[in-house]
Design a protein around this ligand. Structure first.
Ligand code: HEC
Length: 172
């Protein structure tokens, strides 16, 4: 009787050990899978962040050129009653705020909207900002300056113009 019980006990213990061993292997595999997934996730994350921050840096440079260097807003933003720029309609287009020095000059009345969806495709916008030539094959009329920006600056300006949503001023 005694050996039988021991044998049975041994069998139970053996079976139990096999279960434990099986579980440990499963847990170990799970750990490896989780760890490798984490490693992949960590590898991917900085890349995505880098792309975003590069895009943000480009747009930030464009904002600097538009608001502080080329002053596109002085002409392309409408003004309030007292002549101040209406930042709630930033780059939304408005009347040309200057008169020609010589009468009779072909002087435009409107500075079109340039914020948000661009008035021309990317290549045409880059050509305008790097060469001063518009979609007509000619420069735009004065007082629109003939910009000769570097391609990188033109791309930054375009990225910033595209990022503008209605009512967003240069400070936001
Ligand atoms: C001194 C005023 C002035 C400044 C500064 C100015 N613009 Fe203009 N812009 C104009 C005027 C005026 C026109 C219209 C020209 C015409 O009708 O021939 C114009 C036209 C344009 C057009 C053509 C839009 C269309 O739909 O026909 C674009 C694009 C443009 N400007 C972009 C810019 C950008 C970008 C900046 C700054 C980097 C800028 N402008 C700075 C006065 C200005």
């Amino acid at each position: 009787m005694q050996p039988h019980i021991v044998f049975e006990g041994w069998r139970v213990t053996f079976a139990f050990r096999r279960v434990i061993a099986g579980l440990s292997i499963a847990a170990f595999l799970l750990l490896i899978i989780t760890a490798s997934n984490l490693a992949i996730a960590q590898e991917r994350k900085p890349a995505a962040t880098a792309t975003n921050s590069a895009g943000n840096a480009t747009s930030a440079r464009g904002k600097y050129i538009v608001t502080e260097v080329a002053k596109c807003g002085n002409c392309h933003t409408p003004r309030t009653q007292n002549g101040q720029l209406d930042y709630s309609r930033w780059l939304a287009g408005g009347p040309v705020p200057y008169l020609p020095a010589q009468p009779g000059q072909d002087w435009p009345l409107l500075c079109p909207r340039i914020g948000g969806l661009p008035p021309a495709n990317d290549a045409q916008m880059i050509t305008l900002l790097t060469t001063g030539i518009w979609t007509t094959g000619k420069p735009l009329r004065s007082p629109m300056p003939e910009f000769h920006m570097t391609r990188a600056d033109a791309e930054a300006v375009l990225a910033y113009l595209k990022s503008i949503t209605s009512g967003r001023g240069p400070t936001q």
